[in-house]
Design a protein around this ligand. Structure first.
Ligand SMILES: Cc1cc2nc3c(=O)[nH]c(=O)nc-3n(C[C@H](O)[C@H](O)[C@H](O)COP(=O)(O)OP(=O)(O)OC[C@H]3O[C@@H](n4cnc5c(N)ncnc54)[C@H](O)[C@@H]3O)c2cc1C
Length: 313
């Protein structure tokens, strides 16, 4: 079982899994395939990236039940002799990973942020102790299910086209039925893709100051993101704008951190930015050593002055 199978229902995540799968395939000599379920567009997208796609077309309700997905993956893994199954470590991917691993008797790692493959042995690197340290873990079972952190691996580009083959799978009856699809609360900003991020922390004294941060972000052609408490405690911004361990991993060209202390759970999501500029009135704050440029100053003065450099709404 030396082959590799990847699955995500989101094209960008699936493309990231393909590049991770290619890394493993190059080191182990395995063949990489992808699974797609009721998603012909995804099949075509993946085949354009040079891999063979196993496509399941299930009649009836959309396949939303993680148990059904685990069954489809088990079947696809058996038929393609896959010993390594790669999923995306979002909420759904993690649920499927656990179920699949249990069903096929495989070891499972989630939240993997890096893969090392040495002499055919895969080591997954994950954060531990709230992001303060990294652990290197290898699955000891024959088969392994690895869920990779979204936004960490590069998306595989198009290549010599692969194929799409249909896969006949008898799915178990769903225990969960899809009743409705409602857009997730949020405003559609994609902080993972932004070239410039203005990240606001609890150092902003009032919600009204957000407008100044937004003006700066707009002027720089970027987006506003935030630390976790700004979204979860103060509820000033939607949770899909959180940077960090429980939020998103971002790699902007420029990150401007305003009133952010720089705790490790936050910094793991921004430390790969090309240039980090921080404003904080405490010159001992951890963010001072993380940043390329640090301005020890009070935002009460800096925010209006900086925002004034850019046109208003
Ligand atoms: C399991 C776990 C997961 C977590 N995941 C995340 C995550 O994904 N993302 C995340 O962000 N956090 C996360 N956290 C929380 C994290 O530990 C920190 O609590 C959080 O990042 C702090 O946010 P902050 O920097 O906005 O606030 P604070 O730590 O309160 O820092 C505010 C900063 O603003 C400065 N300041 C205050 N007033 C002014 C002013 N007038 N002018 C200039 N500077 C000023 C202060 O000096 C201070 O440094 C997680 C925690 C745990 C336990």
């Amino acid at each position: 079982m030396k082959n590799i199978l990847v699955y995500s229902d989101r094209p960008e995540s699936a493309a990231e899994l393909v590049s991770a799968g290619q890394l493993i395939a190059a080191a182990t000599g395995g063949t990489l395939r992808a699974l797609s379920v009721n998603a012909p567009d995804l099949s075509a997208f993946l085949a354009a990236r040079g891999i063979d796609v196993l496509e399941v077309r299930a009649a009836g309700d959309p396949v939303t039940d993680a148990a059904q997905m685990a069954a489809a993956l088990r079947e696809a893994a058996d038929r393609s002799d896959a010993g390594v199954i790669l999923l995306s470590s979002g909420r759904r991917g993690k649920e499927i990973a656990g179920r699949l691993a249990q069903e096929i008797g495989a070891g499972c790692l989630t939240d993997v942020g890096r893969l090392d493959v040495v002499a055919g042995r895969i080591t997954g690197v994950r954060y531990a102790l709230g992001g303060a340290t990294e652990v290197f873990q290898a699955v000891a079972t024959d088969r392994q299910v690895l869920a990779l952190r979204p936004g960490v691996f590069p998306e595989a580009p198009e290549g010599t086209p692969g194929s799409v083959q249909s896969l006949d799978v008898q799915l178990p009856a769903p225990r969960v039925r899809l009743r409705a699809v409602n857009a997730k609360a949020g405003d559609g900003a994609d902080i993972e893709k932004a070239e410039v991020l203005v990240v606001v922390g609890q150092g902003l004294a009032e919600q009204g100051e957000l407008a100044l941060a937004e003006r700066i972000a707009r002027g720089l052609g970027g987006e506003v993101a935030c630390t976790k408490p700004v979204a979860t405690d103060r509820r000033w911004l939607p949770e899909d704008r959180i940077v960090g361990l429980s939020g998103k991993t971002c790699r902007p060209s420029l990150a401007l951190l305003l009133g952010v202390s720089g705790q490790v759970q936050f910094t793991v999501g921004i430390r790969d930015a090309v240039t980090i500029v921080a404003v904080n009135r405490d010159d001992q704050a951890p963010v001072a050593s993380l940043s390329d440029y640090f301005l020890p100053a009070d935002l009460k003065a800096v925010l209006p002055e900086l925002a004034g450099k850019f046109p208003g709404p």
